[in-house]
Design a protein around this ligand. Sequence first.
Ligand SMILES: C[S@@+](CC[C@H](N)C(=O)[O-])C[C@H]1O[C@@H](n2cnc3c(N)ncnc32)[C@H](O)[C@@H]1O
Length: 250
Amino acid sequence: MLTGELVLLKTSHRDRVKEFIAKVSDDQLHTNFGIIELSSLVDKEPGDTVVSHMGQEFTIQRPKMPDFFRHAKRTGAPMMPKDIGMIIAYTGLNKNDVVLDAGTGSGILTMYLGSIAKRVVTYEVNEEFMKVAAKNVQSAGLDNVELRCGNIVDEIKNIDEKFDVITLDTQNTKDVIPNVKKVLYPGGFIATYSPFFEQTKEIRDALDAEGFDEVMTMEFTEREISFSSRGTRPSTSKVGHTGFITIARA
Ligand SMILES: C[S@@+](CC[C@H](N)C(=O)[O-])C[C@H]1O[C@@H](n2cnc3c(N)ncnc32)[C@H](O)[C@@H]1O
């Protein structure tokens, strides 16, 4: 591992996995299982181990987005991986894309977008939420995400840049849509997330009024399969409804 690189350190305690994310540096990581000198991670590889001053062994891995999803601080309901995955798949998000995103919330969707896209500009109306999101983004080591505080309904009118993809997870998305084509490249995608049918219908009407193409609204279901000595079946304790995703093209 290189100085400045993020690491995921995993250890086992009473048959449970405990994990920590840290940066390779001259600092120390203090855990309930002892202190780790983070400089000792230099030149180690994923899969190698490091031992704390109390003799506890930690396995080294490179943290991935699902790790940041679990470790991020939450200010509200984050978008779930199933919905994030579908937004990425249906917009074809790639490393050349510049993304406009709102509202940032805890920054979970923003971080996934930032891990793929060239650059992400994200707006959050609540300053306290934005500060938490900024810490999450920084903890994930992303330097291509620009966080702006403001109401996207008003702010979008002053943006003089064009984007490849626009993602909206806001309460008043229908009021943003009349100004979206001004900042979205022809052929670019907008993806909206809305928990209720009523809100989703308003979004559809607004997209139709602005002449968007290829409009489709979907709900994605996720069923984990549980395996036990009694048998194999879909888990009975997993997430139900989250929200509707509407995708459209300028
Ligand atoms: C459900 S949360 C977004 C969660 C986020 N997508 C994530 O994955 O963490 C909605 C956020 O949008 C913000 N918001 C609502 N309306 C907004 C607007 N018009 N402009 C900017 N932010 C807005 C809220 O303050 C809230 O933090």
